[in-house]
Design a protein around this ligand. Sequence first.
Ligand SMILES: *[C@@H]1O[C@H](CO)[C@@H](O)[C@H](O)[C@H]1NC(C)=O
Ligand SMILES: *[C@@H]1O[C@H](CO)[C@@H](O)[C@H](O)[C@H]1NC(C)=O
Ligand SMILES: *[C@@H]1O[C@H](CO)[C@@H](O)[C@H](O)[C@H]1NC(C)=O
Length: 478
Amino acid sequence: MTIKLVRARTAGQHHLLPLLLHLSPAILLLLLPCSASASAVVTHLPGFDGPLPFYLETGYVGVEEETGAELFYYFVESERSPGTDPVLLWLTGGPGCSGFSGLVFEVGPLKFVLEPYDGILPRLVYNPYSWSKIASIIFLDSPVGAGFSYARDPKGYNVGDISSSLQVVTFLNKWFSDHPSYISNPFYIGGSSYAGMVVPVIAEYISEGNEQRKQQKINLKGYIVGNPLTGSPLIDSNSRIPYAHGVGIISDQLYEAAVENCKGDYVSPANKMCEGILNTINSLISEVDQGYILDDKCVIVAQKPMKDDVVRDRFLSEEDIHLEPSPHPTVNCFSYRYYLSNVWANKNKTRDVLRIKQGTIGEWVRCIKGFPYTFDVPSSIEYQFNLTTKGYRALVISGDHDIMVPFLGTQAWIRSLNFSVVDDWRAWHVDGQCAGFTIAYANQMTFATVKGGGHTAVSYRPKQGFAMAQRWMDGKPL
Ligand SMILES: *[C@@H]1O[C@H](CO)[C@@H](O)[C@H](O)[C@H]1NC(C)=O
Ligand SMILES: *[C@@H]1O[C@H](CO)[C@@H](O)[C@H](O)[C@H]1NC(C)=O
Ligand SMILES: *[C@@H]1O[C@H](CO)[C@@H](O)[C@H](O)[C@H]1NC(C)=O
C-alpha cells in the first residue's frame, strides 16, 4: 500500500492522494499512468500451413511504470459472434508458466503435431475443440517473467499472488481501453492448477473496482478453475493419500496404517511412524505420472531457473516430479509437446512473427522455476465463497486421473462452503457417453469431473472439455 502511494506521488498526483487513500490497491493501480501498449495482428505462424483460420493478435501492456514491467498476451477472437460472445481471460499455472500453454495445450485453437522433431520446425495445426469457437480468449503471460513478459528493472520480477493479481487487473483495464468494443461482453476468468490461487483474487479485485465505480465496468460474470490449488495443503495434498488408495497405488494395509498413525495430516507427519508410512506411500506414488496417472512417466523438460532455485511446497510446476536429467522426453510422452513448444518459441522467425521485443528475454521456456515469487494469499477458498455469494458464477473442473490436485480435495472444499445442492450428483454426457460427473450448488457453483482427464483436464479430453465449456457459458446444465 505504501509503495503504491509513493508511486502515485512520483506520478505527480499529489492532489489525488486524499481521494486515493480510501481506495483499494486495485483501483490505485488503475489510476496510475503506464507506458503505452503495443499490439500486432498475426496472420501466419511458423509451422502452421497457410493463413490462420482465426483472428490472432499479440501484444504487450505495461503494468508497472518504474520497473518497466510489461505483460505479453495472445488474443484470439471468437470464431462465432465476437460482438456478443464472452471474453475469457485464461491463465496458466506454475506460478510462472506461459499463457502459451493455454493457447496450444488447453483451450486454444492451436496444437502441435505430435511427431518426432525434424530439426527444422515443429508443426502446428488447428484444434477443432478450441473454446474460441464460443468465446474470445486472452492468453496472458503472467506473472512478469512468465513466457515473454519481462521487466526492464530486475526488481520488477519480485511479485507475488497479490501484486501479480493487481497487475492483471491493470492489464485488463488497459486492454479494454484499447479494445473498447469488448467492454460490455460477458467476461470470465479461468485457469488450471496454480491459477486456482489467483483467478479468484483477480475476480475479487475486478468486482471491487466495479462496485466502487472507479474504473470502466468490466462485465465480470464468473470464473472457471481446473484442478485448482487452494493454498491449503491439508486439502489439496492430503487428498493424494485417499486418492492413491482409491485407484490402487497403495494397499489397504498401508492406507489403514496412514489413517491410524497420521491423524489426518499427511503433509507434516506428527510422528516417526507416520513419517515412515508416508515415505513408503510417496515412493509408490512417484511410480506414476503425477498429472495423469495412466501415462508413461517421462523426463523433465528444461526449465529456466531465475535467481535461486527456491523450492517451496506450493510451487507446483507440472514437471517438477520428473527429475532424471535428459535432453528431452520421447515422442510418446505427454510432455513431448512441452519440448516442442520450447523449440518453436525460440526460433527467430517465431519471435519476429509474434513481434517479440528484442533484448527483453533470453531463452523462452514454458515454465520458469525458482523465481522470487511471494505466496501471499493463504487460501483462495474464502475469495471463492465471497465471489459466489455475491452472484458470480463458478465452474470447478477436476480431471479425475490427476494425483497432483485430486478431485477428492476439491470436492471437499466445495462442500465446506455449505451451499445447498440444486442439481444432485449425476453423470454428464457427450455423444451419449458419460464424460464425467457433476453436482450443482446454490450460488451458481458447479463442480464437474472430467472422466479420463489429467491435471489440465481439457488437454486430455478436448471434445468433452469443449462441450462442458459451451453448456456452462450458455447458462445450460452440463
Ligand atoms: C537469432 O537472433 C539472434 C538475436 O538477434 C541472433 O544472435 C542469432 O544469430 C539469430 N539466429 C539465427 C539462426 O539467425
Ligand atoms: C470476504 O467477505 C467478508 C465480508 O464482506 C470480508 O470481511 C472478507 O475480507 C472477504 N474476504 C476476502 C478474501 O475477500
Ligand atoms: C459450514 O458448516 C460447518 C458446520 O456447521 C461450519 O463449521 C463451517 O464454518 C461452515 N462453513 C461456512 C463457509 O460457512
